[in-house]
Design a protein around this ligand. Structure first.
Ligand code: HEC
Length: 478
């Protein structure tokens, strides 16, 4: 069959071939099940001590096994030749095809030899040898088949470390703690996983369509038949962007029609990465995503570490950890009434300096170091704190509300605030912040309320910010 059919070329095949081909996954399990049962029965016969109970396999099961093997192989052959998208092309698919053919032939021979053995009443050794051989080929081939559809590590992917050791695999790395979005590398943490999901199956070693591999950055630069796949610095000039943005009915559209497509936000992220330099060391923070990109990123990086921690708290419902409790209790003496937990079940803390006002300065605020990661609201209005205290808030990754009204803070404080992506409300009333500083707040995706009354911020800057943060209410008092 392979010699007659030549190289597979899905485009030339009629739909009928694809129709039969799609039954391969239905039929292939029959010979596997039947031959597994025959093997068990045969082993039983070999090792059973009582001759009277020996039940050797009859001809009928082997006959069924052979027929189903032939049907499965025929369907598989059609699947291979009818494949348009190129998902089943490559060394692995070829080996799987040969494995299937050899198995079917070996199964036929097993049947014939069994028939002889029965009619001549001869020694079953040769039959057994053939049976074990066939089942061996079948196992090997089935595993290849599984690897084609589910990836080559489909059995060992989730294997525990002791099993991995026995198999000579690298021990599983501890799941790295999810990095906060800002620290993630745009290529390695965000773009590469998108390409892995949607493109690499057809653009990898052993199966590189268009002679293009997309499994590493170097390979993207190297490109394929048409030259480099990406043009760092310009999404417009990058072949991958060109291909994915072609109309769906264009033959060159990627991924090919019928395959899972890139979603709009994924394309937006790839373009943003390429336009902002398209290299591998850039972090999200360094590339200053605008609000639209932040929205796209939020779809991909679902829960930041802050949210995850919150979820963990929800599960435990045990309330704050003891060390946090004792830290809050200790600080309570110095800051009477200033620190409190959001609720009994919550490890989240609010801090308000209302009762201290002018007495609170940077040195005092520094004592809150231990509880910073747990702070959700911080009110420092009318205190003596400066940019130095605000800089400390960089550690308050869960912060949702911050009041800095009538303090000495300047634009430098906004550099810190603009990285606290969980912020929903900021009060800068009566401070020295300016247009330049406030513009940076456009990077805060969750900001809903911003107080800029009596600041140096001009209506123009506010209009610009409004355009970047359409869901944010900006209170200017004008
Ligand atoms: C189902 C298989 C399949 C998937 C998935 C797939 N491609 Fe392709 N790709 C092909 C085939 C086949 C070719 C060669 C034919 C052609 O050039 O259109 C190709 C060619 C290309 C080329 C041209 C390479 C060159 O230099 O000739 C680019 C660029 C490309 N693909 C990008 C992508 C991107 C980006 C994705 C993921 C979003 C993707 N492909 C997903 C099958 C696939």
């Amino acid at each position: 069959m392979p010699f007659l059919a030549g190289e597979p070329d899905g485009e030339k095949m009629p739909d009928l071939v694809r129709f039969f081909g799609s039954f391969h996954p239905v039929f292939l399990h029959l010979p596997i099940g039947i031959f597994a049962l025959i093997l068990l029965q045969e082993l039983g016969a070999m090792f059973s001590s009582r001759t009277a109970e020996r039940q050797e396999t009859g001809l009928f099961p082997i006959f069924c096994g052979v027929v189903s093997a032939i049907v499965a192989v025929l369907c598989g052959f059609m699947l291979y030749h009818g494949d348009e998208g190129g998902a089943y092309v490559g060394e692995l698919a070829e080996r799987h095809m040969w494995g299937g053919l050899i198995f079917a032939v070996a199964a036929c021979l097993t049947f014939i030899v069994k028939a002889w053995t029965i009619s001549l009443g001869s020694n079953p050794a040769f039959y057994r040898l053939l049976l074990f051989g066939s089942v061996g080929v079948m196992g090997f081939t089935s595993h290849d088949g599984g690897s084609i559809t589910h990836g080559s590590d489909h059995l060992t992917k989730y294997a525990p470390n002791p099993v991995r050791k026995v198999l000579g695999l690298e021990p599983k790395a501890e799941k790295p703690k999810a990095k906060p979005l800002e620290e993630q590398l745009v290529y390695a943490d965000i773009v590469a996983p998108i390409l892995d999901r949607r493109c690499v199956q057809c653009h990898k070693p052993g199966n590189s369509k268009g002679r293009l591999r997309m499994d590493t950055y170097e390979m993207l630069i190297k490109g394929g038949k048409e030259g480099p796949a990406i043009e760092p610095g310009s999404a417009e000039d990058s072949n991958i962007v060109y291909r994915v943005e072609l109309p769906m009915d264009d033959d060159e559209h990627m991924p090919p029609e019928g395959k899972p497509q890139l979603e709009a936000h994924e394309i937006a992220i790839i373009k943003w990465w390429l336009d902002s330099g398209g290299e591998t060391t850039m972090t999200v923070a360094a590339s200053k995503p605008d609000a639209a990109v932040m929205e796209a990123l939020a779809k991909i990086v679902p829960a930041g570490p802050a949210e995850e921690e919150e979820k963990k708290d929800d599960k435990k419902v045990a309330g704050p950890a003891d060390d946090v409790k004792s830290a809050v209790a200790a600080l309570g003496k110095e800051f009477p009434g200033a620190l409190s937990f959001e609720s009994q079940q919550s490890a989240l803390i609010t801090f308000t300096a209302v009762s201290m006002r002018g007495n609170l300065d940077d040195a005092m605020f520094a004592k809150l170091d231990k509880v910073l990661p747990h702070l959700v609201t911080v009110d420092l209005s009318a205190t003596k704190v400066t940019d130095a205290s605000v800089a400390k808030l960089a550690g308050a990754s869960q912060l949702r509300l911050v009041r800095l009204a009538e303090t000495q803070i300047t634009d430098a404080a906004i550099d810190t605030l603009s990285k606290l992506t969980s912020l929903e409300s900021i009060n800068l009333y009566g401070t020295k912040v300016t247009d330049a500083g406030v513009a940076k707040l456009g990077a805060l995706p969750n900001l809903k309320r911003l107080y800029l009354w009596q600041t140096g911020v001009t209506p123009n800057a506010i209009a610009d910010l409004k355009a970047k943060l359409p869901n944010c209410e900006i209170i200017t008092g004008i």
